[in-house]
Design a protein around this ligand. Structure first.
Ligand SMILES: Cc1cc2nc3c(=O)[nH]c(=O)nc-3n(C[C@H](O)[C@H](O)[C@H](O)COP(=O)(O)OP(=O)(O)OC[C@H]3O[C@@H](n4cnc5c(N)ncnc54)[C@H](O)[C@@H]3O)c2cc1C
Length: 388
């Protein structure tokens, strides 16, 4: 078999959920020669998109992200139709918060259609496996669901390939060079040795490493890769956990918050995790210990979930790439408008794959987005590295 052509209309670096959706979206937008590259043989579990379950929700801390979340829900339905399989299962999401986080709670609840507020006994009836402290308030995002993450990833890549896209896995990109004399209209990649007219970088925890030599050094201090613990807990006899949930107490703060969901991958277990990780080099994450995170999670379970066994049944790991404000970056390179990038998904990006793909395709193609992207620009961090 001969090698695929070395010159492409568009190249996407990173075959996680953001890059895979973007590559497929570029084909849908009319590009013919689209290449999706990943450094590891696929599938792999070294990035952020592996595993079998992710929450999809409309409740967000601001209106623009809630608008995007509504759009992405529709796009996942379209993908399900195209793929001919169920990618998303309905699962209402319980939002709870202590009185100290009432403002954040109100903002999240303002994004959902069900405005009923639950307290005390009402909360206990919704989720008998939990015992939220006095003063806690609850709301229900009825539009939420669980994405079957592995299947989503496979389905999007399959759609990409069956529509003419090319994947090269096991191929690290080592450098991106705007070709001299072309004002950057042509980009040369090293590693796979290809050229292209437009590039989208969706490199997850490796984004800063790849983009900073292109004159974006600030990304190194803005993007913080973290190792996170994915912990699964056995439900005690007599209890069920039919709702996903987020305890917004601590949201946006350094001490963090907790979330949970019925584990699609391990029946009878609940995936309950601390939304805080330990900073790490993504290539050396296995050397980082998670004792503190595990201890904090155990204490939360003991305090708040009497319906769960007190020790985790399974512990796995994954990666976050966190920005100082825990919102991601969707932007174009200030000098080379044919390089768009997504970075710093901050542990919330999976559900947004299809809608971010639309935005990234529009960015790299020089089109206007229907969304206000001001708060997604890298520029907002120009003076802010205060989390370091
Ligand atoms: C435990 C956990 C729970 C989560 N829960 C949720 C949830 O409930 N809902 C939700 O919406 N989100 C959730 N997220 C977040 C979501 O999974 C991530 O935001 C998302 O998967 C990020 O995708 P990505 O494509 O940006 O990164 P990745 O999946 O990491 O993909 C980046 C890819 O780029 C490749 N790459 C990097 N550098 C190079 C290079 N030089 N050359 C070639 N390839 C390269 C990597 O190999 C990798 O495959 C969760 C994340 C974790 C870890």
């Amino acid at each position: 078999m001969s090698d695929p052509p070395a010159d492409y209309d568009r190249v996407v670096i990173g075959a996680g959920i953001i890059g895979s959706c973007t590559a497929y979206q570029l084909l849908k937008a009319g590009h013919r020669r689209v290449l999706l590259i990943d450094q590891f043989p696929l599938p792999h579990s070294r990035g952020s998109s592996h595993g079998q379950s992710r929450i999809i929700r409309t409740a967000y801390g601001d209106v623009e992200q809630a608008n995007m979340a509504r759009r992405t829900r529709l796009l996942w339905r379209d993908l399900e139709q195209s793929a001919g399989e169920t990618l998303c299962v309905d699962c209402p999401l319980l939002l709870v918060a202590a009185a100290s986080h009432r403002d954040e709670f109100n903002t999240y609840v303002s994004c959902i259609s069900n405005q009923t507020i639950y307290q005390g006994d009402q909360l206990a009836r919704l989720l008998p496996a939990a015992a939220f402290p006095d003063g806690y308030t609850g709301g229900l995002d009825d539009s939420a669901g669980l994405l079957r993450a592995d299947r989503c990833l496979l389905a999007v890549r399959r759609l990409f390939v069956s529509n003419g896209g090319i994947i090269r896995d096991g191929t690290p990109v080592t450098a991106i060079t705007p070709v001299e004399g072309t004002a950057g209209e042509i980009l040369r990649l090293e590693g796979p040795s290809v050229t292209c007219r437009g590039l989208v970088v969706c490199a997850g925890a490796w984004a800063a490493r790849l983009l900073s030599p292109l004159g974006l050094p600030r990304l190194v201090s803005t993007l913080r890769p973290e190792k996170v613990a994915v912990t699964y807990w056995k439900v005690k006899p007599g209890y069920t956990v039919p709702l996903a949930g987020i305890d917004l107490t601590g949201v946006g703060q350094q001490n963090g918050h907790f979330y949970w969901l019925p584990a699609l991958e391990y029946p009878g277990l609940v995936k309950l995790c601390y939304h805080v990780g330990v900073p790490c080099d993504p290539d050396r994450r296995d050397t980082v210990r998670m004792d503190g995170v595990l201890q904090t999670t155990k204490e939360y379970v003991a305090r708040t979930f009497p319906g769960l066994e007190p020790e985790p049944a399974i512990v796995e790991t994954c990666m976050y790439t966190v920005t100082p404000d825990e919102r991601c970056i969707l932007d174009v390179h200030p000098r080379y408008p044919n390089i768009a990038y997504a970075a710093g998904m901050s542990g919330q990006g999976f559900k947004m794959g299809p809608v971010f793909a639309e935005v990234l395709q529009q960015l790299v193609d020089g089109q206007k987005s229907q969304f206000d992207l001001t708060t997604f620009s890298a520029e907002r961090f120009s003076a802010d590295v205060s989390h370091l």
